[in-house]
Design a protein around this ligand. Structure first.
Ligand code: SAM
Length: 352
C-alpha cells in the first residue's frame, strides 16, 4: 500500500509488492491463504464463552482474546472491538500465541522519536477560531501540502478531495489546547468495530455503527522496525507489515532512514483490513508526536458513507488504476493463490 505526498492527489496510492519503490507504503499480501489461527495444531471444541461448539486451536480462545482486546481498548479510552463469527466454527482470528493487542500507536522500540524537535504553534485555545491568533493558517516552507491544519471540518471529518496528503496535527509543543480542530487522528477511536469472519477473505473488519464519509476511523498499530529488518521477514508475518515509505518529496532516501510497521505480534484491528478493488477507505499519513515524516502514523479514512455492518476495505494497490469491466472479473482469472475475492462489481480479479 502506498502513499504519495509529492503530487496533489485525493486518494492514496497503494501497492502490494515485495520489491518496494519510493514513496510507497506497502502492505504485503503474499501468503496463499488468509492466515488462520495460532500456531498449535491441536484442535478442540470450545464452549466456554457462548455455549456453541466453536473450534478452538492452540492458545487462544475467543474469550481470552476478547478479554485482552477489551482491556486494551478500555485503557486507551477507545470504542470496543468485538470478535464475531457468523460464518463457520473458527473461534478466533489468526494471531500468534504471543499476540498483544495494541490499540494505539507504535511500539517504538529503539526508534522512539524526540518530541523536542516537534515544531509547535503559538495559537491560543482552538486553532483557527477567530481569537486564536491564526498562526496555524500559514504555509510552512511555501509548500501547500504542509498548510497547517484545516483539512478537517468542524465535525472533525477529513475534507476528502483536498490536496493535503499529510495530516500534520498540533502536538505537545503547540500552545493551543485539546479542543484544537487539528487534533483528530491523535484522539481515541470513536467508532466501535467488529473483527468478523468474512465468507471468502478470512477475517475482516466492519463498523458496528454508521460511518460518515471523511471519518478518521483509526490508526494502524504495531512494532516500528527499520525497513531492512522488515525486508528480512518471511511467511505469514509478512502479511502484516506496512512500509512507511512516503515522504514529502516522493523520494525515499537511504534505506537506513526508512521504517515499517509490523502488526503481527503487536497490533490492532487494522491488521485485519482486507483488500477491495472498490474500497470504502483510504490510508493517509499523520504526524503529531514524531518530528520525522518517516515515523508518521497510518490513518484509515472513510471515503464513502458506510452502513453499519459493511466491511471496511482499502485498495492494496490503488496505483493500478480504477478497474474496468473489460479487465475485471470477466477476463482475469479468479482462481489460485492470488485471486481477489472482493465482491466489487469491477474487481480486477487478481489480488495485488
Ligand atoms: C492483512 S491480512 C488481512 C486479514 C486477513 N483476512 C486475516 O484473516 O487475517 C491480508 C490477507 O488477507 C487476505 N485477503 C485480503 N484481501 C483479500 C482479497 N480481496 N481476496 C482474497 N484474499 C484477501 C489474503 O490472504 C491476504 O494475504
Amino acid at each position: 500500500m502506498s502513499l504519495e505526498l509529492s503530487k496533489p492527489r485525493s486518494s492514496a496510492r497503494q501497492r502490494l509488492s515485495s520489491t518496494r519503490v519510493s514513496s510507497t507504503t506497502t502492505l504485503s499480501t503474499s501468503s496463499k491463504t488468509p492466515p488462520s489461527r495460532a500456531s498449535s495444531s491441536k484442535v478442540t471444541l470450545n464452549t466456554e464463552t457462548t455455549g456453541s461448539p466453536f473450534i478452538s486451536s492452540g492458545y487462544w480462545t475467543r474469550r481470552r482474546l476478547q478479554v485482552q482486546w477489551d482491556k486494551a481498548t478500555r485503557e486507551a479510552g477507545s470504542a470496543s472491538v468485538m470478535i464475531v463469527n457468523e460464518v463457520d466454527g473458527e473461534e478466533v482470528p489468526g494471531v500468534p500465541e504471543d499476540f498483544r493487542y495494541l490499540e494505539y500507536g507504535y511500539d517504538w522500540g529503539r526508534h522512539a522519536p524526540d518530541p523536542n524537535f516537534l515544531i509547535g504553534c503559538d495559537c491560543v485555545g482552538n486553532c483557527g477560531s477567530a481569537d486564536s491568533g491564526g498562526c496555524c493558517i500559514k504555509h510552512i516552507d511555501s509548500d501547500p501540502s504542509e498548510l497547517w491544519g484545516f483539512w478537517y471540518d468542524k465535525q472533525g471529518l477529513f475534507r476528502l478531495g483536498t490536496t493535503h496528503m499529510l495530516l500534520r496535527e498540533c502536538n505537545v509543543n503547540c500552545s493551543c489546547d485539546e479542543t484544537c480542530r487539528t487534533r483528530v487522528a491523535q484522539k481515541p477511536r470513536k467508532i466501535p468495530l467488529q473483527v468478523f469472519k468474512t465468507s471468502h477473505c478470512g477475517w475482516g473488519v466492519r463498523p458496528a455503527v454508521r460511518v460518515l464519509k471523511g471519518t478518521l476511523i483509526g490508526l494502524y498499530s504495531g512494532v516500528l522496525l527499520k525497513r531492512w529488518e522488515a525486508d528480512g521477514i518471511q511467511g505469514e508475518r509478512k502479511n502484516y507489515i506496512f512500509d512507511l515509505d512516503h515522504n514529502k518529496f516522493g523520494e525515499e532516501g537511504p534505506i537506513q532512514n526508512q521504517y515499517s510497521v509490523d502488526g503481527y505480534t503487536k497490533g490492532n484491528w487494522g491488521r485485519f483490513i482486507n483488500h477491495s478493488c472498490d474500497p470504502n477507505m483510504q490510508v493517509l499519513p499523520a504526524m503529531f508526536d514524531a518530528p520525522e515524516i518517516e515515523k508518521s502514523y497510518l490513518v484509515f479514512v472513510a471515503t464513502k458513507d458506510i452502513r453499519e455492518g459493511v466491511e471496511l476495505t482499502i485498495d492494496y494497490h490503488p496505483n493500478l488504476g480504477a478497474p474496468t469491466r473489460g479487465k475485471g472479473k470477466g477476463k482475469r482469472k479468479r482462481r489460485g493463490s492470488d485471486a481477489c475475492m472482493c465482491s466489487a462489481k469491477l474487481c480486477r480479479g487478481i489480488r495485488p
